[in-house]
Design a protein around this ligand. Structure first.
Ligand code: ACO
Length: 321
């Protein structure tokens, strides 16, 4: 059995912040940001919590799937910005939906989170353990970026995306690859819980996102291209047979470089980074939902999803819609 997506949903916070808005508050410009990243605006949470956004996206996905929350057997929520350490965002989603029969687990793989959570769902379906699952990618990165650091704060936005999965005999997720390289973790880090106790003189830690942008850029283009090559090769699929490549929306230039590597037209690499910025683990499901609702994905389409980010982590999925 494979996990097949039968419903998607997404939500962005109400407040839109353009590059021009940021330029009024820091030394930056629309030209600098848009030419290097493709970002023109982002949505920033001012009242919405991480759990609330996850629940809104999940409700929309359940509605499209025509599935009741009680039918769910598993909820996976990928996030690095949950509202609480405990209960997890996944348990909060379970409670708000009334998904009383589902186990609820939070998964932290930074910007690869949604892709890794889908892989986890697929593994449970393959093993015959669960048949109806909900996977959510949600982030409120605005809580953990340093708003005095113009090199990182301009990159991120908030939002949530969700997918409801059902077990099917054919179609659905065909294969995936996923990797981690903890040795390179310092290229993108955020230490939210520094040592703080009676016996520590100098609590240390980096509460905000810090990134070596060029290192991350090099990592992303190499590893994303590799992981797509692997998942396509071992399923005997040519890049030209793939209808859409739905990549984590970190930076338009990363996506363009991967498209060039595969020799495929940019039409197959949809982007929403212009209006969402980088929503980390939420970017792939938000884009997936936008494409699904716009009628850009048809049953039988061959689709590749790729996530990459902090950890460092990366992976790709090959699925038949
Ligand atoms: N506005 C104006 N100038 C800025 C800004 C800003 N917002 N931020 C930095 N600068 C300045 C710097 O101070 C520097 O000035 P200097 O030359 O006088 O010292 C200059 O611009 C160049 O800075 P760099 O950091 O070298 O800029 P770079 O060209 O590398 O672009 C960027 C930065 C866009 C982040 C790039 O490194 C990149 O694309 N990295 C990929 C990583 C990425 O996309 N990460 C997203 C999050 S991680 C993830 O999702 C996986």
């Amino acid at each position: 059995m494979n996990a097949r997506i039968c419903g998607t949903g997404s939500i962005l916070p109400k407040k839109t912040v353009t590059n021009f808005d940021l330029a009024e508050r820091m030394e930056t410009s629309d030209e600098w940001i848009s030419s290097r990243t493709g970002i023109r605006e982002r949505h920033i949470a001012t009242t919405e919590t991480t759990a609330e956004m996850a629940v809104s996206a999940a409700r929309k996905a359940l509605e499209e799937a025509k599935m009741q929350p009680e039918e769910l057997e598993m909820i996976l929520v990928a996030t690095v910005t949950a509202d609480h350490i405990a209960p997890s965002a996944a348990c909060e989603v379970q409670a708000a939906l009334g998904a009383v029969n589902a186990v609820a687990i939070e998964l932290n793989a930074a910007c690869s989170g949604f892709v890794f959570a889908l892989n986890t769902a697929q593994a449970y379906v393959r093993a015959g353990i669960y048949k109806k699952l909900l996977v959510v990618g949600v982030e409120t990165l605005s809580k953990v970026v340093d708003w005095t650091d113009r090199s990182t704060c301009i990159l991120f936005g908030d939002g949530a995306g969700a997918a409801v999965l059902e077990a099917v005999e054919e179609d659905g997720i065909q294969d995936f690859v996923q990797h981690a390289d903890g040795g390179k973790g310092s290229a993108l880090l955020c230490d939210a819980r520094p040592l703080k106790n009676l016996f520590v003189d100098n609590p240390f830690g980096q509460e905000f996102v810090k990134m070596d942008g060029q290192e991350v850029f090099k990592f992303a283009v190499k590893r994303v291209a590799e992981s797509i090559d692997t998942v396509l090769d071992r399923n005997h699929i040519l890049p030209s047979q793939v209808s859409l490549y739905i990549l984590h929306q970190a930076n338009a230039r990363i996506i363009q470089t991967v498209a060039k590597h595969l020799g495929e037209d940019m039409d197959k690499f949809p982007m929403n980074i212009d209006h969402c910025a980088n929503t980390s683990g939420a970017s792939v499901p938000i884009l997936l939902d936008e494409l699904n609702r716009a009628g850009r994905i048809k049953r039988g389409d061959k689709i590749v999803l790729s996530g990459f980010g902090g950890g460092l982590t990366w992976g790709s999925i090959y699925m038949i819609w």
